[in-house]
Design a protein around this ligand. Structure first.
Ligand code: AHG
Ligand code: MN
Ligand code: MN
Length: 335
């Protein structure tokens, strides 16, 4: 069977929907190329001297791994010179990155988590890269500021992730479904291998770090105890649990066979809404999940409707199969 490459897919989408102008196509292809580079570094491990800590902390106070920093640099260097971007922001940089003046500037903003699942790097478990693409606000002429990035997830023009697992995959949406490409490493091309991923609306599999249970709020306790009660409880079915601790891997499983991903708020850190970051984890994943027929909320409203206040803002996350997300959201809303 003759399969489609990412380039051909993007060109045909533009013909059909008029939603991927040439500079957005360049942006997506450059990000995809950078992800190939990261995938190669990940696969080298010790041989590439990429394992272990870098000896620095990021703005979130988390120890940076060598691969966090390397991946951040690969994405910066790949994207700064092409003329398609007005600015970038990343988990690993406190402030936005301005495109240096020696390069032309474009209309798009790229926000990313260069390496998701850092705690899994050194143990040879799946990690990934998550990205979100916004447009520079129309009223901004000249240099962009951080305020220009603070747009709702509904404004994303593209979102995706690369996942470095047994295969390297790219899962992408530009607003017309969620599609999966597999890296053909020998040819160096991304090949469309699954169109229109769909998340079934009901599921019997959940994904949560249950070691935090005693710190959750009452509605979350109720919801979780009902899952645990299985067939004998109000849900009348037995659930299975999976937690990789790389959001890309857990969400990829949900996009592939359904399920619900939960990262609730935690009473130990009342000053922040959850662990995951809105702009470069929750928003791109929420768009991918919604485009695959699932839903994503913070327990109160749709993730994509949250107006960000800061670049590194955190958020509670409930995403995946509609029935579960609707229920856990209802419990929070009615508490
Ligand atoms: P990152 O490695 O980019 O900091 O993200 C890690 C996130 C996410 O990928 C994962 O779902 C979650 O943290 C795991 O949290 P726990 O360590 O609490 O399980
Ligand atoms: Mn992450
Ligand atoms: Mn990260």
């Amino acid at each position: 069977m003759k399969r489609k490459t990412l380039s051909r897919y993007l060109i045909e989408q533009q013909r059909e929907h008029n939603n991927i102008p040439a500079d957005l196509r360049l942006l997506i292809e450059v990000v995809a190329r950078a992800c190939k580079h990261i995938s190669h570094a990940v696969s080298r491990g010790v041989l590439g001297d990429i394992l272990g800590n870098a000896g620095t902390d990021n703005i979130q106070g988390e120890a940076q791994k060598k691969l966090d920093i390397l991946s951040n640099e690969i994405l910066l260097e790949a994207n700064e010179w092409g003329g398609h971007l007005a600015g970038m922001a990343s988990e690993e940089m406190e402030h936005m990155y301005e495109i240096p003046n020696r390069f032309p500037k474009g209309e798009y903003l790229l926000v990313y988590d260069p390496l998701d699942g850092s705690s899994n790097i050194d143990i040879n478990v799946t990690v990934g890269t998550i990205f979100s693409v916004l447009k520079k606000p129309e009223q901004t002429s000249g240099a962009v500021t951080e305020a220009d990035f603070l747009q709702k997830g509904t404004e994303q023009v593209a979102a995706g992730y690369a996942i470095y697992g047994p295969q390297t995959l790219l899962v992408l949406t530009t607003g017309f479904g969620t599609h999966c490409f597999t890296l053909d490493a020998e040819l160096g091309s991304w090949v469309l291998t699954q169109e229109h991923m769909r998340i079934p609306s009901s599921t019997a599999e959940y994904s949560i770090n249950a070691s935090n249970q005693r710190h959750w709020a009452p509605p979350m306790q109720t919801y979780f105890s009902e899952l645990l009660a299985g067939e004998a409880g109000p849900r009348k079915k037995n659930y299975n649990m999976r937690w990789v601790a790389s959001m890309v891997a857990d969400v990829h499983r949900i996009l592939t066979r359904g399920g619900v991903f939960l990262y609730p708020a935690d009473a130990r850190t009342p000053d922040r809404a959850g662990k995951l970051r809105l702009m470069y984890e929750a928003n791109p994943m929420a768009m991918l999940v919604e485009q695959a027929g699932g839903s994503a909320t913070n327990g109160n409203i749709r993730i994509l409707d949250i107006l960000p206040e800061t670049l590194h803002q955190r958020v509670a996350v409930f995403m995946g199969s509609n029935e579960e997300v609707d229920r856990v959201t209802r419990y929070h809303q009615h508490s």
